[in-house]
Write a protein that binds this ligand. Structure first.
Ligand SMILES: Cc1cc2nc3c(=O)[nH]c(=O)nc-3n(C[C@H](O)[C@H](O)[C@H](O)COP(=O)(O)O)c2cc1C
Length: 172
């Protein structure tokens, strides 16, 4: 192998989003990059979430989530909601309450509102499928923030394997 696995995965182009979740008691949000469209009819988005996140403990009992699309000038927002030791206060931001109270960031360049249709185990993450029931493009002139521009903000390089041995090979 001639490349670092974490660096190789940074070449997959994905955006950076704030996923909003809510229960009757609280609103919460976290930064996610592992989001992609997966179906036209119905319109589905897939979200991969670490089940140890506080957000998943809220999402698993809730039928909806929101996805705010960050612009290229919003890396600070990605850091605020993407670091595990951060407080993730929503107060400093202009928030709109979406479906079920899920927070939507008014200063994001776009947002989607999704109803959860599936929740699968996917390796060490949960794969959530959500049907898109609403959304808005706030500013067509802005470009989205790309995951590759965030460097190792998510500290993911610590989690990638050093080589491509499959789990089958590891058991031998
Ligand atoms: C740029 C970036 C992308 C991230 N993408 C994801 C992701 O797709 N899925 C995920 O589960 N965590 C992702 N994270 C990590 C979470 O945002 C982070 O662990 C967060 O603290 C979880 O918050 P919570 O435990 O309060 O829910 C990402 C972090 C950053 C900075």
């Amino acid at each position: 192998m001639n490349s670092d696995v974490a660096e190789l995965f940074r070449k997959i182009s994905v955006g950076v989003y704030i996923v909003g979740v809510a229960s009757p008691e609280e609103q919460h949000a976290f930064t996610a990059s592992w989001i992609m469209p997966v179906s036209f009819n119905p319109l589905l988005l897939a979200l991969s979430i670490n089940p140890h996140h506080r957000s998943y403990s809220i999402l698993k009992g809730s039928p909806q989530f929101s996805v705010s699309v960050l612009g290229e000038d919003q890396i600070d927002l990605a850091a605020h909601f993407g670091l595990s030791n951060s407080e993730k206060q929503l107060d400093p931001f202009k928030i709109e309450n979406g479906l079920g109270g899920c927070p939507i960031f008014k200063e994001a360049l776009a947002f989607f509102e999704c109803r959860v249709t599936h929740d699968f185990l996917a390796g060490d993450h949960r794969l959530i499928l959500g049907e898109v029931v609403d959304g808005r493009l706030n500013d067509p002139s802005r470009s989205p923030l790309l995951y590759q521009s965030t460097g190792d903000l998510d500290r993911a390089s610590a989690f990638y394997p050093k080589d491509f041995r499959t789990s089958d090979e590891e058991q031998r």
